[in-house]
Design a protein around this ligand. Structure first.
Ligand SMILES: [Zn+2]
Length: 400
């Protein structure tokens, strides 16, 4: 996974749009029983469990070598540092205040280590959040090169896109799932990645025809990390993201389209399976550290995202309504929820559309030709444009 590329001054950060709201909340607390810093092969692993999701950022500093984890709105009161530190590769731990509202945790590193995994996952119902980090051994030179203080001021946030009709542009990020080394589902010589790219291109053309601005998160058969997809969508001022997939099931008894939105309750068995199928792929990775395009990599936007869930659900409903009207096959359980990172990472309304199942011969036939995909395209365009018009009529802004 090109871990070496991580070293270039990567600062992982999460900044939320709703900071004033955050300030009114009670401080988040660390759960010492569930939190630890321990050795793992050639490195260390950190698990920090907090009473809720908060903005976070991670970076390393040199002389002395240390890992800095900053979390906003966290009160360390009562936390015993000794009980957290279990291994030998981390030689010390300090808790304190960072700058401008960030609480800081500094881990002294006994050797040159680089962050290779970082992500925050939120428990069902939002009752807790776990920040998980993995650091692996690197060489001294790389460590020195990557060590960087946080920016002196907050990273600039893209201004929230206006509600679609207000400025005349409605920007839809189309995310063709998988690609490159990650082909997605494969059946009968067909690859999910190829079919979704073809569908995405057709959808983009149709959206343009409807006066909507489409943005593709990948335009060829290449592996694009989730983080890059999100950065791209954000930079384009996306009002909404539609991730396109077509999975295959072992049971071969499911067919038709279904729409996933982010879960906020128990994950159903079907949703669980959906997650399983994507294990190991970037969809669930949550954060890919290979991107070097930006000194600031945006991480999970748990709180910003919370406000987008109702709008995402309304879009899912619109899709479930419009797809069959356009002649596309719809699954019996069309509306689903799952804790998918692609939805988790979006701070704008987002849905994951399973356009069908490659394990089903009927779906396969439909998905593999432009004519078969046309009803899906029509359904998506109708759903997006109707949804946008309805959202614009709502008292709250469409996004954020
Ligand atoms: Zn997929």
């Amino acid at each position: 996974m090109g871990i070496g590329a991580v070293a270039k001054g990567v600062l992982l950060t999460l900044v939320l749009v709703g900071q004033p709201l955050l300030a009114q909340e009670a401080p988040a607390r660390l759960d010492p029983a569930e939190s630890w810093i321990d050795d793992r092969w050639r490195g260390i692993e950190l698990s920090l469990v907090l009473s809720r999701a908060v903005p976070w950022r991670v970076f390393t500093l040199d002389s002395p070598r240390r890992l800095v984890v900053e979390v906003r709105g966290v009160d360390w009161a009562g936390v015993e540092t000794d009980s957290l530190l279990l291994g030998d590769n981390a030689t010390g731990l300090t808790l304190g205040e960072g700058t401008s509202g960030w609480a800081r945790l500094e881990v002294e590193l006994g050797r040159a280590l680089a962050v290779t995994e970082a992500g925050m996952t939120v428990a069902e119902g939002g009752s807790s959040a776990r920040l998980h980090l993995v650091l692996e051994v690197t060489d001294d030179e790389s460590f020195a090169a990557s060590a960087a203080a946080p920016p002196s001021q907050e990273p600039a946030l893209a201004s929230p896109p206006a509600a679609p009709p207000a400025d005349g542009t409605f920007v839809v990020a189309i995310d063709p799932g998988h690609g490159g080394v990650d082909p997605g589902a494969e059946r009968a010589g067909l690859k999910e990645a190829d079919l979704m790219l073809a569908l995405a291109e057709e959808l983009a053309e149709a959206l343009e025809g409807a006066g909507v601005v489409p943005v593709l998160t990948r335009e060829e058969d290449s592996f694009v990390p989730l983080q890059e997809r999100m950065t791209l969508a954000r930079a384009a001022g996306a009002d909404v993201l539609v991730s396109l997939h077509a999975d295959a099931l072992k049971e071969e008894d499911a067919s038709g389209a279904s729409v996933y939105t982010l879960t906020d309750e128990a994950v159903g068995e079907a949703s669980g399976k959906m997650v399983e199928r994507h294990q190991g792929s970037d969809l669930l990775a949550g954060l890919d550290l290979r991107g070097e395009d930006d000194a600031v990599a945006t991480a999970l936007m748990d709180l910003a995202r919370a406000g987008t869930v109702p709008a995402s659900r309304r879009l899912a409903q619109a899709l479930a309504r419009e797809l069959p009207k356009a002649g596309a096959a719809l699954n019996d359980h069309a509306l689903r929820q799952a804790p998918l990172a692609v939805l988790n990472a979006a701070d704008f309304p987002s849905v994951l559309l399973e356009t069908g199942f490659l394990s089903d011969a009927g779906d396969r036939g439909r998905l593999s030709t432009p004519g078969g995909r046309a009803p899906i395209v029509r359904g998506i365009v109708a759903a997006l444009t109707r949804w946008a018009a309805e959202e614009a009529g709502r008292p709250e802004p469409l996004t954020r």
